[in-house]
Design a protein around this ligand. Structure first.
Ligand SMILES: Nc1ncnc2c1ncn2[C@@H]1O[C@H](COP(=O)(O)OP(=O)(O)OP(=O)(O)O)[C@@H](O)[C@H]1O
Length: 271
């Protein structure tokens, strides 16, 4: 019998308290595994600790208790193999779009070391990514010259330019109108199909979670932990028509009911 490969992301019994012993307990007993190349979505009540979980996986904060292992190593500082995108695109206003997308290459090794001698190669890569998300021709524009949706596309390119094995997305489409959001779902789907990074997506949008992921993890109210999961059965490439089918909507309703139960559940000793 062949052994199963170990998960790419392993979170085991993690607790996180902000601000010392009297501070806010954001997570308690949180455990989850994500396989390499898997796309998972994390949903849960507001304030349950989803963003906190993302910070622990990317090494931006250490857990108060428990372990976080990524690619076989315990996380002990910011992870260079991760690309990140958040609700707010946070592009640097004084850099044009191409230079914004290339920013991680100036920070993350081995790219940082190679950037000067291989600038042409890296620039080509950044331009190809911008083309993939429909931003060819906008390389020399500044963020303020782009719409919110276009800025979010650029921020997705920035998260991908250093070929991260792990893509961490914290409500990346939350601030966008529904049409732009749906366009970007398909952009993300195409990027995932082409490069197969491991993706952890935090979202409040249950339709988005089901449309994009292989598995949806549901968190309890704070202090958050994973209380249930739902496997999504649809092969890719998925089309938006799928979201109008009764079966798809049943899955969304099922998730909504579970989150509503989690919101009602008492968390008496959470502070
Ligand atoms: N830097 C911080 N210092 C102190 N408390 C914090 C900090 N960041 C988050 N918290 C608290 O930790 C808890 C979990 O916050 P977190 O942002 O992880 O939740 P979330 O599920 O992402 O929320 P939302 O769904 O509203 O975006 C909240 O009670 C929040 O107030």
């Amino acid at each position: 019998m062949t052994a199963l490969p170990s998960p790419f992301v392993q979170i085991d019994g993690v607790a996180m308290r902000y601000g010392g012993v009297e501070g806010t307990l954001a997570l308690r007993g949180a455990s989850l595994d994500v396989g390499e190349g898997e796309f998972i979505a994390v949903v849960g009540p507001s304030g349950c600790g989803k963003s906190t979980l993302m910070r622990l996986v990317t090494g931006l904060w250490p857990p108060t208790e428990g372990t976080v292992i990524v690619a076989g190593k315990e996380v002990s500082g910011p992870l260079s193999i991760a690309g990140m995108a958040f609700q707010n695109p946070t592009l640097l206003p004084w850099r044009n779009i191409l230079d914004n997308v290339m920013l991680p290459l100036e920070v993350v090794q081995p790219h940082r070391r190679q950037l000067r001698s291989q600038r042409g190669h890296y620039e080509h890569k950044a331009r190809e990514l911008l083309k993939l998300v429909g931003l060819a021709g906008f390389e020399a524009k500044f963020p303020w010259q782009l719409s919110g949706g276009m800025q979010q596309r650029a921020s997705l390119c920035r998260a991908l330019v250093h070929d991260p094995r792990l893509l961490m997305l914290d409500e990346p489409f939350g601030a966008l109108d529904v049409f732009t959001r749906e366009d970007l779902w398909d952009v993300l789907q195409d990027v995932w199909m082409a490069r197969k990074p491991t993706v952890i997506l935090v979202t409040h949008d249950l339709k988005e979670a089901v449309y994009l992921s292989d598995r949806v993890l549901i968190m309890s109210s704070r202090p958050g932990r994973i209380i249930a999961e739902r496997t999504v059965p649809y092969p890719r490439r998925r089309s938006l028509d799928l979201t109008y089918t009764a079966e798809f909507q049943d899955i969304v309703h099922e998730l909504r009911d579970r989150i509503s139960d989690a919101r009602k559940a008492e968390a008496p000793d959470a502070r």
